[in-house]
Design a protein around this ligand. Structure first.
Ligand code: HEC
Length: 189
């Protein structure tokens, strides 16, 4: 008769067992793992913070508000491109739109730099940077001067050859290098 090796100790021996039995199967009464509890409590804390931030205090912009902001910007852009009413504010807004300013810079280099200088420093035509604006320094006046020209002074009209969109872009470009022309409520104005 050989000795039986001792049964290996069951590591679950001293863990409590649930009362119920299903088809002869019993369950240990285990604690939930910490990672699971952290995720669970974390999501509760997050949902409360989220609710306060977006709904109770309305600190964060809702998707609707973000959409409205985007639409405002698009409207300003469209206005500056001549699709809608253009005014001083729309032109200033446009002077901060890199794509429009870039288009204006190109049009300026092609059509204006011969008389007004590559760096807007002036030449045959007056300086358009840090300038003494003799024909008006409001965005709409600058735009009008480009549009209609100043025939008596030798400044051609550009409405026909450039069109409104390009003239708006050139105006935006000129404004972008003349931050001192900003309306009073603008920073640095
Ligand atoms: C053939 C030369 C010539 C070209 C090309 C030309 N200009 Fe002029 N521009 C002038 C002259 C000359 C004046 C008038 C200067 C004055 O009265 O002191 C002037 C005046 C202006 C003024 C008014 C400046 C002020 O002091 O109020 C603006 C703005 C202007 N030009 C923009 C443009 C833009 C933008 C273009 C290109 C689309 C352009 N010009 C192309 C000759 C030109």
């Amino acid at each position: 008769m050989s000795k039986q090796p001792p049964e290996p100790a069951d590591p679950h021996d001293d863990e409590p067992i649930r009362e119920h039995v299903f088809d002869g199967i019993q369950e240990y009464d285990k604690k939930l793992p910490n990672w699971w509890l952290m995720t669970f409590y974390g999501s509760i804390v997050f949902s409360i913070a989220y609710w306060l931030y977006y709904h109770t205090w309305e600190v964060g912009a809702s998707p609707e508000e973000k959409l409205a902001l985007q639409q405002e910007r698009i409207a300003a852009h469209a206005a500056a491109e001549g699709l809608d009413e253009v005014d001083d504010d729309a032109l200033f807004e446009a002077s901060r739109e890199e794509s429009l300013v870039e288009a204006g810079r190109n049009a300026y280099a092609a059509s204006c730099s011969a008389c007004h200088g590559a760096e807007l420093e002036g030449g045959i035509g007056s300086a358009l940077k840090d300038a003494d604006w003799t024909h008006g320094d409001r965005p709409m006046e600058i735009r009008r001067n480009i549009m209609e020209g100043i025939p008596a002074a030798g400044m051609p009209a550009w409405r026909q050859s450039l069109g409104e969109r390009q003239i708006n872009a050139v105006t935006a470009y000129i404004l972008s290098v003349n931050p001192d022309l900003a309306p009073d409520d603008e920073p640095g104005g």
